[in-house]
Design a protein around this ligand. Sequence first.
Ligand code: GDD
Ligand code: MG
Length: 358
Amino acid sequence: MTEAVLLVGGQGTRLRPLTVNTPKPMLPVAGVPFTVHQITRARDAGVTRIILATSYKAEVFKAFIDDADLGIEVVIATEDEPLGTGGAIRHALPYLESGPDEPVLIFNGDVLSGVDLDGLVTHHRDTGSDVTLYLTPVEDPRAYGLVPTDHEGRVTAFLEKPKTDEEIVTNNINAGCYVFKRSIIDSIPAGRPVSVERETFPGLLDSGALVTGVVDSGYWLDLGTPLSFVQGSCDLVLGSAPSPAVPQTGDYLELPEAQVASDAQVHGGSVIGRGAVVGAGAVVTGAVVFDGAEIADGAHVAHSIVGAGAVVGAGTVLNRAVIGDGAVIGRGNELLEGVRVWPEARIPDGSVRFSSDA
Ligand code: GDD
Ligand code: MG
């Protein structure tokens, strides 16, 4: 049996206002809370017990997990105060049943990937590593943890969100999934915030621990920003990102009780949530429409997220916008390029327009 810890306690600040009511891993992605994609992937890879390390809005996870049957034992551990990534792993220790030399998988709670988890654990055992990190190459690594390795795959440094060009020594980043020898978790200080990236990994390297990296260049995405959230959801629906929990892949996904007008166009991996409405002549492209939202007649919604119960008025255009739960956008508005509307806000008819000749 293999155990895992899923880190889901972050505030999801970059996804506000969607995360004002719902923690990031509980936001619906391709029909189910994001965390379900990760839990069912872990289950299919042979993980039998998973600890959900919660902090921010822990009660939302509890309510969901109490009623869900995901075919795997899910245990909720809640930090009274957020303890950071390393502190959360240490806080999960009393909930683990693994022996000191056994491997424990750790996942960041916002990463979608197709990595071979079984292969990662096998590598960890075969090399006798203390910690094994899943690494992935990205074009611009600055927003991540940079992880250079030597010719034997041994990690030589860990540079979290580098500030200077000299620190950009590799394109391989920490992909947010690790295998820890359980006894290494014991050595993380308890009862105070610890960053696994800024404190634990550099400390392990300084102390001569064997930390190895496995580079995998398959599908990988961190869903921490609105654009990547939309991208991840669309990729799951289109079938280009792997998950056992997608009800059905195709050009778009319409959840039960959604109503899409016969002449509306919905494509690009869009999701139309439960009970949501898409009106006549509306166009929805590569977008996520949460449960009970309404896209009125002739509206155009592209690469955007429309929160639960929100209304997008007739003829309104959204592109790369985020609309909070219950907000009402009147008719004939244009909300483009990163605009975020807070939950329950009201935007009157025809009051927002972008002009290219300004
Ligand atoms: N339980 C708990 N408590 N979880 C936390 C806490 C906490 O105090 N703080 C953060 N987390 C969880 C978040 O919910 C998320 O799932 C995960 O830890 C990582 O936090 P993010 O806020 O998403 O970090 P990031 O995306 O900036 O950077 C991390 O991920 C990158 C890959 O996506 C780092 O691990 C980077 O090194 C890595 O490259
Ligand atoms: Mg992240």
